[in-house]
Structure formats: C-alpha cells, structure tokens
Design a binder for this molecule. Structure first.
Ligand code: PXG
Length: 465
C-alpha cells in the first residue's frame, strides 16, 4: 500500500493523482500534463498547498465552507458522534438523535409551512428526490399526468441523471443521454447578457412570463413543478431583476404548479438571510439544501417540504432513500454548524460587516477598465469582464477565454476566484473579515491588471460583432 502523506514531494503526489484519480468536470489529460495543485490544509479563509503557499479562498471551496476552515468544534462533534453512533439508517422503522434534532432545527429555521425534511447526501441527490417527490405527490392526488417539470437554461441543479436533467447546462446535457423526458427549460433572467435594450424590470417580467407560456403550451394539468435557484450560482451569479420572482410565484400559484427553490448555494446565509427565498420574497413548496448546511465539513443535503406535500407523501410508502439519508455524523456536524452560526450571529456579521466591506471592494474593482459591472447578493457576487463597458459587449474570441486568463492570474497570485465564461465569481466564507476582503481586493486587482496587459499585448481587447 502506498503511504500518502502531506510530506511527499509535490511532483510525486501529482504523478499519483494523474495516474489514478479521475477529477470531476476536468479534462484529465490536460490536468495530468499540468499537475493539479495539492491542497494540504486550511484555516479560516486560507488554503495551504503542498509548496507552502497560502491561498485566499474567495470561493469558500465550492460555495460551501461558510464557517471558514479548521473550526475545531466541528471536528470534535464529528469525533464524538463517530464514537457514539457512527452509522445507522433511517429506513426500517428506526431513527437516531442527530437526524431527529437536525430535522427539527431545519423545520424551525425554514420559513412558512416548510416543516418536514427528507435527507440526502448531496444537492444532486436531493434534487433527484424532489423530482420523484413532486411526481408522486400529484400521482397520489389522482393526477399522475401532472408530471412535467419546468426549469431554466443555464441552471445548475447537480450532475446525476435527474438533477443534471433539471439543470439547463448544455455541456451536461451533451453527455450521457440527458435530459430525461418530461423536463423543459425556459430562458434565464440574465439581464446582463441577454437583456439587450430592455430595462431590467421589463426583462425580468418577460422571462418570468415564459413560464406561463410554457405551462399553457404543456397544459397546467401536465405540469408538476417549477425549479429555480433564487440566485443562479454555477451559472454565473445571476441575480434576477426584482420583477422576476414575484411573477414566477404568481404564475405557479395560478396554475397550481409547485415551486421548488434550489437553495443549495443560497441557503444558510449566503444572500444575507437564512434562505435566498427570503431575500427574493418567495414562498416555495420545497427547498433543496446541501453545501452550507454543514459548511462542507460533511456531505449532507436534503429537501425541506411543506406540510401539504408531507401530508400526501406520508400517507403512502415513498419508495425512495439513500444509505446515507440523515447520516448521524453528517447530521451532528450540520447541527454544530447551525449552532455556531446562530451563537456567533453570523447573519449580523454578514449584514453589518462582511457584505458592506465586500460591496466597497467590488465597487472599487468595478472601476477597472475590464470590469463591466458589479452583481452582488449578500456574499455572492460576479464581475462580468467586457471589452466595452457601455454596451456590455462580450469579447471577440471564444467565450470564457478571458475569464480563464484572469482566473489563472488569480491562482498565480494566491487567490481563488472562479470564472464562469467571462464572469469572475466571488463567494467567500461568510466569516471573512474586512481586512481579508482588502487582501482579496488587492490580489484581484493585480490579476485584473495582468489580464488587461495580456489582452492588450495579444490584441484581444475587441468586442464580438
Ligand atoms: N443545486 C445547486 C444550486 C448547486 O449549486 C447542486 C444543486 C448539486 O449539489 P452537489 O452536492 O450534488 O454537488 C449544486 C452544486 C461550480 C460548482 O463550479 C457548483 C456546484 C457543484 C460543483 C461545482 O460552480 N453546485
């Protein structure tokens, strides 16, 4: 057996990684040629790599490490639960204390009548649950044909067969026979890229009304649910115009279509409230949760569902569940995460300290000649890059080339800032301090300057025609 430690030379770790480890959403051969960066430890908002570099993680891992890294309480709770009850299932008429406590806690946190939790191991699994649950709900109510689900282009809901089908990403649909039947995608509320000369308000309404048109085309008697992220995350931190969500809610109610809010990124403080649905003023029938539920310290997700849906589903046997639904160690870790968030008044920190500091930093970065605007909802934000601010033009070359260049400069400057196409994405740990936000801004500015210089040198500062 190979003994792998943090002390192996980086090149050896990279060679073993390339030989045996298949990475998600990665061209393995390209990565093997380049060598993956090996992250060995992390504390607060900083990652440390195998060469000893300290990298500011302005993405909170994959939008999830809300508490920041290395909280000893989290490790202590996991160890205690491992020793007490490392595993038991919640299938055959059994339950356990962490599962009970977490479900009760989530019912208290979640708005309205969302009082019931079905656990999963991830966001993808939870959205697969949602798909089966809404179809089962209508079937149990005597309307089995009410089974179609409407989502949006460029949405991200996971990458399993069901959740990848619910998502609207063409790159995912192009592999493995997705989307599965009965799922439809309408336009996304991305005013920046697609709004043209319309006002954001008019554009938001028009995009919401695509839902009504699609319901009417399919027949409301055939449509089970609409699913959307309150703010699209992986799609590029797309914050819908204020007119969008109220209109979506109105349309869902009018046509008796269930509303699923995918809170996998927005949930647990990211937008400045416990849930993005509160920020957007909507009352969903189901919320998908994962990521920030445990701050990424343990894999856990779930669906929080309304009294009404639970009443129907609980009256039958729902033939669905996962070995790790409500895993006791993950549930205990999630509970500890929520305890810390409450006791340290995380929402106050976000609203009064971190969010204003981030706004200030982003506003300054917004004056950079490459940055076309600033989109921010709480502690998630995007900076669209453009060769021409006034027209919001995209670059003449391949979409994403400039964003990739900028991301590489960020990484070289010990900053994790992701790109989606030519937008730079920011979603730091929620605990980030104003001083750390200053460091983020300094490194981001260096990366933007370097990108700008490269673009000039390569004559790439041109708008697409
Ligand atoms: N819903 C949303 C809104 C998500 O953002 C999922 C569901 C799926 O969750 P799991 O736990 O199955 O991954 C997600 C996940 C990226 C990136 O690069 C985003 C996600 C996952 C991986 C990468 O932005 N979001």
């Amino acid at each position: 057996m190979t003994a792998i430690t943090n002390h192996l030379p980086t090149a050896e770790l990279q060679a073993l990684d390339a030989a045996h480890h298949m990475h998600p959403f990665t061209t393995g051969d390209e990565l093997a040629a380049k060598g993956a960066r090996v992250i060995t430890r992390a504390k607060g908002v900083y990652l440390t790599d195998s060469d000893g570099n300290e990298i500011l993680d302005a993405m909170a891992g994959l939008w999830c490490v809300n508490l920041g890294y290395g909280r000893p309480e989290m490790g202590a709770v996991a160890a205690r639960q491992m020793n007490e009850l490392p595993y038991y299932n919640t299938f055959f008429q059994t339950t356990h204390v962490p599962g009970i406590a977490l479900a009760a806690e989530l019912a208290e946190l979640a708005p309205g009548t969302l009082n019931h939790v079905f656990f999963a191991g991830s966001g993808s699994e939870a959205n697969d649950t949602n798909l089966r649950m809404v179809r089962t709900y209508w079937a149990e109510k005597g309307q089995p044909e009410k089974s179609h689900v409407i989502s949006r282009k460029n949405a991200y809901h996971g990458s399993s067969m069901g959740s990848g089908s619910l998502g609207g990403m063409t790159a995912i649909h192009s592999q493995g026979g997705l989307p599965i039947p009965g799922i439809h995608h309408i336009g996304q509320p991305d005013w920046w890229a697609e709004g043209g000369d319309m006002t954001p308000e008019a554009f938001g309404l028009a995009r919401a009304q695509e839902l009504e048109a699609k319901i009417e085309e399919l027949g409301a008697e055939n449509v089970a649910a609409f699913i959307g992220e309150p703010v699209q995350g992986a799609g590029g931190v797309i914050i819908p115009p204020a007119s969008y969500w109220p209109e979506i809610q109105r349309i869902c109610r009018k046509h008796d279509v269930l509303l699923i809010a995918d809170e996998v990124i927005c949930g647990f403080g990211r937008t400045g409230n416990w849930f993005g649905s509160e920020t957007m003023g909507i009352e969903p029938d189901i919320m998908t949760i994962a990521k920030g539920l445990s701050s990424g310290y343990a894999p856990i997700g779930g669906s929080i569902v309304s009294d009404e849906i639970a009443a129907v589903i609980n009256a039958t046997e729902f033939n669905h569940g996962y070995t790790y639904s409500g895993h006791p160690v993950c549930a205990a870790v999630a509970l500890e995460n929520l305890r810390i968030m409450r006791e340290e008044n995380m929402l106050d920190h976000i609203r009064n300290v971190a969010q204003p500091a981030l706004t200030e930093a982003l506003t300054a970065l917004g004056t950079h000649p490459l940055v076309g605007g600033v989109n921010q909802s709480g502690m998630m934000a995007s900076l669209p890059l453009t060769p021409h601010k006034e027209s919001r033009a995209s670059f003449a070359g391949n979409a994403g080339d400039v964003g990739y260049m900028c991301r590489e400069h960020c990484f070289a400057n010990n900053l994790v800032m992701r790109h989606v196409g030519d937008r730079m994405i920011i979603s730091p740990p929620l605990v980030i301090t104003p001083e750390e936000i200053d460091i983020f801004a300094t490194r981001a500015k260096i990366a933007l300057d370097a990108t700008y210089k490269d673009l000039k040198a390569k004559d790439m500062l041109k708008a697409a025609s």
